[in-house]
Design a protein around this ligand. Sequence first.
Ligand code: SAM
Length: 290
Amino acid sequence: MNYRHAYHAGNFADVLKHTVLRALIESLQAKPAPFCYIDTHAGSGNYPLEGFEARKTGEHKDGITRLHPAEKVPALLQRWRAGILSGEGNEDGLKFYPGSPLQVARLLRPNDSAQLCELHAEEAAKLRQLLHRDPRLHVHQRDGYEALKALLPPKEKRGLVLIDPPYEAQEAEYKLIEHALKTALQRWPTGMYAVWYPIKLRSQVQPFLRGLQRIGARRVLRVELLVHPDDSPLRLNGSGMAILNAPWNLDDVLREPLRALGSLLSQDRPAETRLDWILQEGAEPPAPSP
Ligand code: SAM
C-alpha cells in the first residue's frame, strides 16, 4: 500500500470524479428522505496544495487550478467549484483540495449519514481527526470491500457507494471491484454505485466494463475524459466513472459540464469525452467474451 492521494489530489481525474459525485449527491437531495453515502476508499480527507506531495507532482495545475473562478462554466461546475473554494483554509484562494468524504460531508442534510472506509492507518487517523465532531460521519479503518458486506443495505434504504481504489495492481483490483459489486447488488439492488477507473490502454478497460454490465445492475452510465490517446500503458491518459443504477437523466445532467471540462482540461490535444449508457434499462447484458 504505497499509494497516497496527496500526490494526486485535485488532478484532472479528481475533477471528473468529484463533478460526477456532486451530480449524484444532488440527485439524492432531490427527495426529502435521508440517504446514506458509503466511500469504500476514502483517503485522508483534505489535501494541502502547497504541501510537499502536491508540490512534487504539481498535478492539480492541470486539474482544479484550471477551473479559475473567472472562467464561465455550466451551473453544476459552478456549484462544485464554489464548494471547493468555500472550504476552511481557502478564504484567500485555493490552498486545500477536499477529498470525496469532505466534499460529501459538506452537502449532507441533518438526517443523512456517511460511512467512510480507509485501510491505511495514518490516512484513516487523519480522516477521523478531520471529521470526528460530526455524528453523521463514521470512519472505519478497514478494507472497503469487506466493509461493504457489513454496511449494506443501509438503514436509509437509499444512497450511493463510491468505489475509488488506487489500482496498484490493476487486474487484481478489477476482480475485487466486480466481486464486491456483485455481492453488494444482491444485498442492496436499488443502491447507486459509482466506480472510478484509470485509463491507460483502452484494451485493458473494455473487459472490465463488459463485466460491470453483467452483475445485476439495472442500468450503467459511462463517463470518461481523456487528455491523451488511450494507447500507452506508461501514463494516466484519462479516467472514467461507471455509474451503476445511475439516475435516468444523469447523462443530460452531465452533458454540458463534461463538454466544459473537455475544453478546460485539454493538454497537448483537445480532450476526448464519452458519455453513454453501456447498459440500458431492460436490455440484455452482453454475452461474456469468449
Ligand atoms: N476517494 C478519495 C477521494 O476522492 O478523495 C481518494 C481515495 S484514493 C484514490 C484511494 C485510497 O484507498 C487511499 O487512501 C488508500 O490508502 C486506500 N486504500 C487502499 N486499499 C484499500 C482498501 N482495500 N480498503 C480501503 N481503503 C483502501
